[in-house]
Design a binder for this molecule. Structure first.
Ligand code: MG
Length: 367
């Protein structure tokens, strides 16, 4: 541990990174186009000994500036994560820094409870059948996206559903959701298929979709409707009646931990999805034993940046209890090598220290 005592925080700087999805990603049940990538800020924590660690910032890092001069050991414990509340926006950067100072990958610091080959699903199958507005491409657009991502190494697909929430008449939306699900299953008989409605279904009507895809062997159902005991109890009953083994995943939109743990302990949820960045590494380390005690699995939400898939994979390999992580296809300029390596549907983590990804020299640098 002496490495963390020997280094003092000398400077906190920021860098811009740029993501490039393989294509423009369209609508989901709630939101319009998800764009083709975008620019975001990462934070770099430098020490007085010349070391540094970096990560996506958890909110505004200006309040962290008073930490300059503090020993790394004063704000971070490798066994726990961030221990000084002021340093919480640096959660990811400090995990990376501590890994580098201790010469170990973050997953090892977390306990190495899972495999470093982490199954991953393609999370970029949106409502591209509806675009462009004046000449919608239809089902073929969705199948083309699956084929393109399969070529990138993806072997499991999460299909956005809930077209009837905003973009189509309710019955037409359900019919298209069914058509898409059945077509992807027919094209990929062995693939895990996950579906995500972003809470876009009327709870009492989700069964219409479910019955029509009962033979598709769904792996998981994510946020079909806002989570309540009553509606999830009905869903559990419908799944049982239909002989479905689909997992129920929730907790992305509303990380209300007491409610989620209560639903989990009551047998109404199977996978908890709090975001890997906004909920955070330190919080995940604290809550995972409770998730295990509730008898359910975890899969930290990772959409928006390919780097978040890498972070989620470190949680999986470090804390265990994660069967599959969310894969954001694309590449990031400003980092070397790639954000993550995908081989036959799994992220292969390297044993490099920290998160194992370096910032490119100079590119996009600013203070
Ligand atoms: Mg989701």
């Amino acid at each position: 541990m002496s490495a963390l005592a020997d280094h003092r925080i000398d400077r906190i700087s920021t860098r811009k990174l740029h993501d490039h999805y393989p294509r423009t990603v369209g609508r989901n049940a709630r939101l319009g186009s998800h764009g083709s990538g975008g620019t975001y800020t990462v934070t770099v924590v430098h020490t007085d000994q010349g070391a540094s660690g970096w990560g996506i910032a958890l909110g505004d890092v200006d309040p962290c500036q008073p930490l300059v001069g503090r020993r790394v050991e004063d704000v971070f414990d490798p066994a726990l994560g961030v221990t000084e509340p002021t340093a919480m926006p640096l959660d990811l950067a400090l995990h990376d820094l501590a890994g580098r100072l201790l010469d170990q990958p973050v997953y090892a610091m977390l306990g190495a409870a899972g495999s470093t080959t982490v199954p991953c699903y393609d999370a970029a199958i949106y409502f591209d059948d509806l675009d462009p507005d004046d000449d919608p491409r239809g089902l073929d657009a969705v199948l083309a996206n699956c084929a393109a991502d399969h070529a990138l190494g993806h072997r499991a697909f999460k299909l956005k559903i809930g077209r009837g929430n905003r973009w189509m008449a309710a019955a037409d939306g359900v019919a298209r959701d069914i058509e898409v699900t059945r077509a992807v299953r027919a094209a990929y008989p062995d693939a895990r298929i996950l579906v995500d409605a972003n809470d876009g279904y009327p709870a009492e009507r989700f069964v219409d979709y479910l019955e029509a895809v009962a033979d598709c062997g769904l792996y998981w159902i994510e946020e079909p409707f806002p989570e309540t005991h009553e509606d999830l109890r009905r869903l559990r009953g419908d799944l049982k009646r239909l002989g479905s083994t689909a997992l129920i995943a929730d907790g992305e939109a509303r990380p209300d931990i007491p409610l989620l743990l209560d639903l989990a302990a009551g047998g109404l949820l199977d996978v908890l999805l709090m975001d890997v960045v906004s909920y955070g590494f330190t919080a995940w380390r604290q809550v995972m034993p409770e998730v295990v005690a509730a008898g359910v699995a975890a899969s930290p939400h990772a959409w928006g940046q390919p780097l978040k898939s890498l972070y989620a994979a470190h949680i999986a390999a470090g804390l265990g209890n994660v069967a599959v992580v969310e894969g954001v296809p694309g590449h990031t300029t400003g980092v070397e090598p790639a954000s993550y390596h995908l081989v036959e549907g799994s992220i292969e983590l390297s044993s490099a220290p920290g998160f194992g990804v370096e910032l490119s020299p100079h590119e996009g640098a600013h203070e």
